[in-house]
Design a protein around this ligand. Structure first.
Ligand code: SF4
Length: 371
């Protein structure tokens, strides 16, 4: 059916989402600036203000476009986003976005589309909530825009700073091995997205390593390098065991693992609902190093309620990981909409923490941003 041109506003930050949605919108093309037609955006909180400026400028220039936003930020703050956009897709876009575009093309009432928000006569309309999708019914990507293979969506843990369970639900959904295999054939080396790679095939609370092994064994028959449990996915420390690491050393190319640690303070780990303790992080690092795998541990500084003592415990944990032979990635806490911590202020960053972490960075053992 002919109709307005459809454009995905592509950038480096949203490319995996766009890769999943592009094959679902017939005739859509990628652009790096607004064009007349239907403009589709996927927005995370750090990019929101910049995107609003771009959309406002396009409208002010007289461009005739319908602007549609989806992603974690619009899903949590539809009313704010609708000051700049015409429609918001709330939650997962695989079913909602094509249906909304079809409604716009055919002149059907958008109010019949589940899972969207829009303004009508000054009133915010949020339509009926849409259920979560079955990953196997939709591609993780298709040519020409390749992306890591999404093997799992959703997470049962509910960490207080994290948007994943709020956006994708608390029940883990896994892509089947045949579907993963069909995507893997398009790649020269294999990388994955998952909130916790060692949770593949499980309920996300306890590993089912026989499922992980079946996946890795099947993929290894393709004879391509496999990178599992490392960027862009990660693993929880309490899912790391000797048996899990043997799967990495047997089937995979990566000799690092990305581990979500988050804090060196047990009190903070409890407060943010991580479901593991500092000892689990230390044990995970030890098991990694015993298997000659370098642990690369994510830590968050300045979490709400973090005292000076808590912050120094996190700095000490970072130093300890580096002494053991691991690496650290630090981030400064940012309140994300839709999470229990969305209205909490970050705790102050101590000068001493900055200096000590700066030393690790200079030694090439720490990456990340504190500002
Ligand atoms: S931080 Fe990881 S484990 Fe925690 S809720 Fe988010 S995805 Fe799940």
């Amino acid at each position: 059916m002919s109709g307005p041109d459809i454009w995905f506003r592509w950038n480096r930050k949203n490319r995996y989402t766009i890769a999943a949605l592009l094959p679902l919108v017939s005739g859509a093309r990628l652009v790096d600036r607004p064009r007349p037609g239907i403009m589709l955006y996927s927005i995370a909180t750090p990019q929101a203000e910049e995107v609003y400026r771009e959309v406002d400028a396009a409208r002010n220039s007289g461009m005739k476009s319908v602007f549609i936003a989806g992603g974690p930020h619009p899903s949590a703050r539809p009313e704010e986003v609708l000051r700049h956009f015409d429609y918001v897709v709330i939650g997962e876009g695989e079913e909602t976005l094509p249906e909304l575009i079809d409604a716009l093309r055919t002149g059907r009432d958008p109010g019949s589309v589940k899972g969207i928000a829009y303004m009508k006569e000054g009133e915010l309309i949020i339509t009926e909530r849409r259920g979560f999708v079955d990953l196997d019914r939709f591609p993780s990507f298709s040519r020409p825009l390749l992306a890591p293979i999404e093997i799992t969506r959703g997470c049962p843990w509910g960490c207080a700073y994290c948007q994943t369970p709020r956006l994708c639900g608390s029940v883990m959904r896994h892509r089947s091995i045949p579907s993963i295999l069909s995507h893997a054939r398009m790649h020269m080396d294999l990388r994955f997205t998952s909130p916790n790679a060692f949770a593949y095939g499980s309920d996300g609370l306890k590993p089912r390593l026989e499922r992980v092994e079946l996946l890795l064994r099947t993929l290894s028959e393709l004879g391509r390098p496999i990178y599992f449990g490392t960027f862009p996915s990660e693993v929880r420390p309490d899912f790391i065991s000797g048996k899990a690491l043997e799967l990495i050393t047997t089937y995979c190319t990566n000799r690092t693992l990305s581990i979500g640690g988050q804090s060196g303070s047990d009190r903070i780990l409890r407060d943010i609902n991580r479901g593991h303790c500092v000892h689990d992080i230390e044990m995970a690092c030890e098991i990694c190093l015993d298997h000659e795998i370098v642990p690369n541990v994510d830590l968050i500084l300045c979490l709400p309620g973090e005292t000076e003592e808590d912050q120094m415990l996190t700095v000490e944990l970072a130093e300890q990981i580096v002494r053991m032979g691991g690496r650290v990635r630090v981030h400064r806490f940012m309140p994300l909409p839709g999470t229990p911590l969305e209205s909490q202020e970050p705790s102050p960053l101590m000068r001493e923490a900055e200096l000590r972490l700066g030393r690790l960075a200079l030694a090439g053992k720490l990456k990340g941003r504190l500002h």
